[in-house]
Design a protein around this ligand. Structure first.
Ligand code: NAD
Ligand code: UDP
Length: 311
């Protein structure tokens, strides 16, 4: 199997690349290093089947030789990062998705899109099934990401319908684990790093908004299974274990044994009030459900960040 994977230096892309390399696949990792980390590539270059291309996939892309799969993970993903890169975020999801679909079409490859629970916006239906159309502010600050992904989904299904490209789409709910960027501002990594450094944990708003947190190994297993199933429509993957953000802060304090206080900062504009995946479809289609409870996954992630901060 020969696979092209964009976003290979990122958190999720590097996990899936490593999984495929372990299975004996040849992986061409593509990344422009805009939000990715070089240390994520360090562990991939150890495999003889890995090759890296530093390329912006918002531009047309050609690679030599056959491809079986084109997997598109490239996109800024944390709110602070995509808010700093608004045009690049729109372009990698619009133009980038188009170029990668064209590549898949030329090579006769299967195409995968890493979409997001953000397509549901600030959801009025809870938990969110794939059939929910969402509640997205199309011109708010988060729209660059939400609408970028919604367009990417529409384009992916258009290539499937018009040209018969075999496609897979996952709507990923908040995922966490080792090799997250400690500085990209996502809530799990931020709270853990703050707790380990003894700094205040920054809860936005009153912390009553909810998220549901999926350990990365569970997510990767779900994606791996979906690649083998002939289903072109979006599938939710996430862990329905739902926490208020303030509860998460308290749990991180407990698991790290940190004396850090909790401090409250303003809630960002359009921050979704609640989010929890309905994973009925993934259960049926993939015989998949998350195995790692949040306490266990957080403990593993804390061990990773402890080592990273004090090698
Ligand atoms: P990440 O920021 O760690 O990784 C994204 C990678 O894409 C980075 O290495 C970055 O340098 C690269 N990239 C960005 N723009 C690029 C471009 N134009 N050309 C080439 N490379 C580019 O984020 P992540 O958490 O690994 O997310 C990966 C994908 O999964 C994203 O598409 C994201 O929207 C999606 N997703 C992630 C989560 C999550 O909880 N982690 C949730 C929903 C969706
Ligand atoms: N959040 C927080 N403190 C932080 C970072 C995030 O309270 O330092 C909150 C954020 O407002 C949101 C939730 O945690 O309600 C999840 O944020 P994240 O950026 O991880 O992902 P999102 O689901 O918003 O894309």
């Amino acid at each position: 199997m020969r696979v092209l994977l964009t976003g290979a230096a990122g958190f999720l892309g590097s996990h899936l690349a490593e999984r495929l390399l372990k299975e004996g696949c040849e992986v061409i990792g593509v990344d422009n290093l805009s939000t990715g980390q070089r240390r994520n590539l360090d562990r991939l270059v150890a495999y003889p089947g890995f090759r890296f291309l530093q390329v912006d996939v918002a531009r047309p892309l050609e690679v030599e030789g056959p491809l079986d799969w084109v997997l598109h993970f490239a996109s800024p993903a944390s709110p602070p990062r995509y808010l700093k890169l608004p045009i690049a975020t729109l372009l990698v999801n619009a133009e980038g998705t188009r170029h990668l679909l064209d590549l898949a079409l030329r090579k006769g490859a299967r195409f995968f899109l890493a979409s997001t629970s953000e397509v549901y916006g600030d959801p009025l239906v809870h938990p969110q099934p794939e059939t929910y159309w969402g509640n997205v502010n199309p011109i708010g600050p988060r729209s660059i990401y939400d609408e970028g992904k919604r367009y990417a989904e529409a384009l992916t299904l258009a290539y499937h319908r018009a040209y018969g490209v075999p496609v897979r789409i996952v709507r990923i709910f908040n995922s966490y684990g080792p090799f997250m960027d400690p500085e990209d501002g996502r809530v799990v990594s931020t709270f853990i790093v703050q707790a380990l450094k003894g700094e205040p944990l920054t809860v936005f708003g009153d912390g009553s908004q909810t998220r549901s947190f999926c350990y990365v190994d569970d997510l990767i297993e779900g994606i791996r299974r979906l690649m083998e199933v002939d289903y072109p429509y979006p599938v939710n993957l996430g862990n329905p274990e739902e926490y208020r953000v303030l509860e998460l802060a308290q749990l991180v304090k407990e698991l790290t044994g940190s004396p850090s206080p909790v401090t409250f900062l303003p809630l960002p504009e359009d921050d979704p009030r609640q989010r929890r995946p309905d994973i009925t479809l993934a259960r049926k289609l993939l015989s998949w459900e998350p195995k790692v409870p949040v306490r266990e996954g957080l403990s593993r992630t804390i061990a990773y960040f402890k080592e990273l901060l004090n090698p």
